[in-house]
Design a protein around this ligand. Structure first.
Ligand code: CTP
Ligand code: CA
Length: 224
């Protein structure tokens, strides 16, 4: 019994993870997207499943494959669909980790037909999407809530602001200024910032190592 808990410390725990980009439709053939590969979120899903957790991965469009067959994957395209999937599952989980690069804006209107080219310049009116992580923060009960922050300036202060505004227990600061860190890379350089204010910078590491470190940090904060 003790042995199983040592090797599978997340056995019996449910973990929800959002991953990947979202695509926001402009018309039937075009969308607004971003360069997120989904690698960080998928690495967290694999690592959590490896520690015995039952994982619900809510994934935007990616070509990534999962090795673990015990991960439940819900595939979505837009921020609105990702929000629906999160709302349908958030109540059931012990830990939620928002690693998705959700679009902040979407076209205010989606054209029914392909928009035709004209001589004049054109613009697309945008409206904000719902902040999915902030929504989880607002409606959370006992869930341990983790967010990411992608910053290019005033990194720690901005990340702390997000942690407070979104009612998080932990935020993972991702700095695009760091070499080898970011969207398409296999490695990441992150800093963990907890609700208590502890700032823990990590080395540049493969994303699967960062995922393991993150789950370790979560367990320490939850059960210490
Ligand atoms: N996030 C989300 N839903 C959104 C936007 C962001 O769930 N509509 C989550 C991301 O998954 C991430 C965190 O919020 O965990 C922070 O995302 P980020 O883009 O760094 O911050 P924003 O709050 O969107 O602020 P800004 O882009 O202006 O820095
Ligand atoms: Ca954003």
């Amino acid at each position: 019994e003790d042995d199983i808990l040592n090797k599978l410390p997340l056995k019996g725990k449910k973990v929800l993870i959002t991953a990947g980009p979202t695509y926001e439709a402009i018309d039937p053939v075009r969308f607004i997207g971003n360069h997120s590969s989904g690698k960080m979120g998928y690495a967290i899903a694999e690592a959590a499943a490896g520690l015995g957790a039952s994982v619900i991965l809510i994934s935007g469009p990616t070509h990534l494959q999962l090795k673990h067959n015990l991960i439940e994957v819900i595939r979505v395209t837009s921020a609105a669909q990702m929000l629906d999937a999160v709302q349908a599952n958030f109540d059931k989980v012990d830990i939620a980790i928002a690693a998705a690069a959700v679009a902040d804006y979407r076209p205010a209107q989606v054209a029914n037909q392909k928009i035709k080219k004209k001589e004049a310049s054109m613009s697309i009116a945008l409206e904000p999407t719902t902040d999915i992580l902030a929504h989880m923060g607002k409606t959370k009960g006992k869930q341990f809530l983790v967010g990411f922050a992608l910053e290019t300036e005033n990194e720690v202060a901005n990340a702390k602001g997000k942690l407070e505004r979104k009612h998080l227990d932990l935020i993972v600061l991702n700095s695009l200024n760091d070499q080898g860190a970011g969207f398409k890379t296999e490695t990441n350089k992150v800093t963990f910032i907890s609700k208590s204010g502890a700032v823990v910078p990590q080395e540049l590491k493969p994303k699967d190592e960062v995922a393991k470190d993150l789950l370790h940090m979560i367990q320490n904060l939850m059960y210490a």
